[in-house]
Design a binder for this molecule. Structure first.
Ligand SMILES: Cc1cc2nc3c(=O)[nH]c(=O)nc-3n(C[C@H](O)[C@H](O)[C@H](O)COP(=O)(O)OP(=O)(O)OC[C@H]3O[C@@H](n4cnc5c(N)ncnc54)[C@H](O)[C@@H]3O)c2cc1C
Length: 416
């Protein structure tokens, strides 16, 4: 059933009785050509592109909870493609282009709002680094603008330009960046994949793999054994656990990342602003709440909740940038499990078992990558080889010393 103005009018006149469930609540079949583990945005997008672009429709997405219950439904929804390195930037720019057409493609309003992403800089050296990054982005086909302090002042109200410790000297703006509605991304991909024949199976935890030499023949689940031709992992913070079930040790650490929402306010910040001298980023939701976050908690954990020192750290970043925020009340906070890699860049590709593939290692930033991650993993599964966009993101890069170290933080997952 298409969502359209005609159908809204028709259903309105018919008492809203004719709407169908957005996706089928499927019961597991004994066998699938492809089993995707993880019903977050990445797993659902992978299934959708497998069906839509590669004609592979005998696909199941197995989710241990409800779809979008992981990081997809817990993030601060910042979407951007402001990366520096050739291994990253074309991938994220492809993702941004997919975001731009997503609502139309899925026939589902994901509320993608291109309100801009502004990275503040606080020293001349940082401004030089942003100029370099902006030029790299332009050369790779993305958009970027370097703003001076006056342009920033005109764009964002309430910033502290008098702060002697963190003076604002300008910013790097990507106007095509912005935010989206996180749940809608999961629901939109689920609905579109289900319409193409994909089975979305919730409350189905994968507990092990059945192996025959170099191949996985089936997955063990809380709802029984399911035979699989190929298996794709899209389990974010649980990547190392699932890989371990298959006998593979991944260079991924799981850490908690918290996010926060304030009480509802009148429209104040109409773009995304990030602090350049600490870890703090903020935007305002359509409901008026300020949505913000900061650094990971810094200790390995699978808990979806964090601790108070990071709350204090984030609050300090908030008032250093926007002193008026000191009077705003916090409404909610929550945590997600981040899949941190040593170089801060993801892994999309084949694992060292014949028919096992993964997307993971998204660190703080996998929401923006949702469409391209699914697109690339689907390509890799269908062709048994990576696409040019994810070729550099292989697991082997760590053995070969070909890290994609965007931030230059070295081999410490908790520092990225
Ligand atoms: C607080 C916070 C803020 C963030 N902010 C941003 C941001 O502003 N911008 C950005 O780009 N990114 C951000 N991220 C990162 C982003 O949310 C993630 O990288 C992205 O959503 C990962 O999507 P996913 O589909 O891979 O993972 P998830 O949505 O976590 O999906 C994985 C799914 O796998 C399921 N699963 C796990 N184990 C099993 C099993 N054994 N069997 C079956 N299913 C299983 C889980 O239940 C889960 O639903 C943030 C993350 C957090 C936590």
């Amino acid at each position: 059933m298409r969502y359209s103005i005609i159908n809204v009018l028709k259903q309105g006149l018919a008492g809203q009785k004719g709407w169908q469930a957005a996706w089928r609540d499927a019961t597991p079949k004994p066998q699938y050509d492809v089993v995707i583990v993880g019903g977050g945005g990445h797993g659902l997008a992978t299934a959708y592109y497998l069906a839509k672009l590669h004609g592979i429709t005998n696909v199941a997405v197995l989710e241990k909870g409800w779809i979008g219950s992981g990081n997809t439904g817990r993030n601060t929804t910042i979407v951007r493609s402001n990366y520096l390195l050739p291994g990253n930037e074309p991938f994220y720019e492809h993702s941004l282009k997919l975001w731009e057409g997503m609502s139309r493609d899925l026939n589902f309003n994901v509320m993608f709002s291109q309100r801009g992403v502004l990275n503040l800089c606080h020293s001349d050296a940082q401004r030089d680094a942003y100029a370099r990054r902006g030029n790299a982005m332009l050369m790779m086909g993305a958009d970027a603008e370097l703003l001076d302090a006056d342009q920033v002042r005109r764009m964002v109200r309430g910033l502290d330009f008098q702060n002697p410790r963190f003076p604002i000297t300008g910013g790097l703006l990507q106007r095509r960046g912005g935010t989206a509605r996180h749940d809608a991304v999961a629901w939109g991909y689920a609905r579109a994949a289900s319409e193409l024949g994909v089975d979305i199976i919730q409350n189905c935890e994968v507990t092990g793999f059945v192996r025959d030499d170099d191949r996985i023949t089936a997955v063990e689940t809380s709802r029984g054994r399911i035979a699989a031709g190929k298996v794709g992992l899209a389990v974010a913070g649980h990547s190392s656990l699932l890989a371990e079930m298959a006998g593979i040790r991944l260079p991924i650490e799981s850490h908690v990342l918290q996010a926060f929402v304030s009480e509802g306010l009148k429209p104040w910040i109409d773009t995304v602003v990030t602090f350049g001298a600490g870890h703090f980023y903020i935007s305002q939701s359509d409901k008026g709440g300020l949505v913000f976050g900061g650094d990971i908690d810094g200790y390995a954990s699978y808990a979806q909740r964090g601790n108070l020192p990071v709350v204090e750290h984030v609050a300090a970043g908030a008032v250093a940038l926007f002193p008026a925020l000191g009077r705003v009340r916090l409404l909610r906070s929550w945590g997600g499990v981040m899949d941190m890699t040593p170089d801060g860049s993801p892994i999309i590709g084949k694992l060292p078992i014949g028919n096992l593939y993964m997307t993971g290692g998204w660190c703080y930033g996998g929401f923006k990558a949702t469409p391209a991650s699914g697109w690339c993993l689907a390509h890799t599964i269908a062709n048994d080889a990576p696409h040019a966009l994810n070729e550099a993101m292989s697991l082997e890069r760590f053995a070969r010393g070909r890290a994609i170290d965007e931030r230059g933080a070295g081999p410490r997952p908790n520092l990225h």
